[in-house]
Design a binder for this molecule. Structure first.
Ligand code: CMP
Length: 139
């Protein structure tokens, strides 16, 4: 079915001037951009966004990394968009991600600088999209 999912281009990509390369990959693979903005997360929003990880040892470092500089948030739409985006991204650890995936190509380490985030379920996608987009900001 046609789904929407949330992608975040993380600070490591933005620092390397590679936003366009990531967007190019997503579009070439058939995902449609239906909402997009550059934002700097407040620490509070980063903590809310990653709430399911709040007991993990990397929680503090991750929320700091994500709120210390801007990110690009993108609402993507397409057939099986959630799973398709996860496949295009590759595994969380860039070293384990398959050749040709975004994280393999653009990621540096599992420890934050893994290029992109993608919603991992329909429930997560709905929650995450709502954190960043008003209904009228999605086209
Ligand atoms: P993401 O898919 O955005 O959601 C959870 C994030 O935790 C993951 O990407 C990683 O960037 C981040 N993270 C940081 N350190 C670790 C770690 N040691 N193991 C797994 N995820 C980590």
């Amino acid at each position: 079915s046609i789904e929407r999912t949330l992608s975040i281009i993380k600070p490591d990509v933005i620092k390397k001037n590679q936003i366009g390369e990531i967007i190019n990959v997503l579009e070439k693979k058939g995902l449609k951009i239906v909402g997009m903005k550059m934002v700097r997360l407040t620490p509070q929003l980063a903590e809310t966004f990653y709430q399911e990880h709040n007991t993990k040892p990397f929680f503090k470092g991750m929320t700091e990394f994500m709120s210390n500089s801007p990110v690009v948030v993108i609402c993507l739409e397409g057939e099986n968009a959630i799973k398709l985006n996860r496949e295009i991204m590759g595994a969380t650890d860039p070293q384990e991600a398959k050749v040709g995936t975004i994280r393999r190509t653009y990621g540096e380490s599992i420890d934050n600088a893994n290029a992109v985030h993608g919603s991992d379920s329909p429930q997560a996608a709905a929650r995450e999209i709502k954190l960043f987009f008003q209904e009228e900001e999605i086209f």
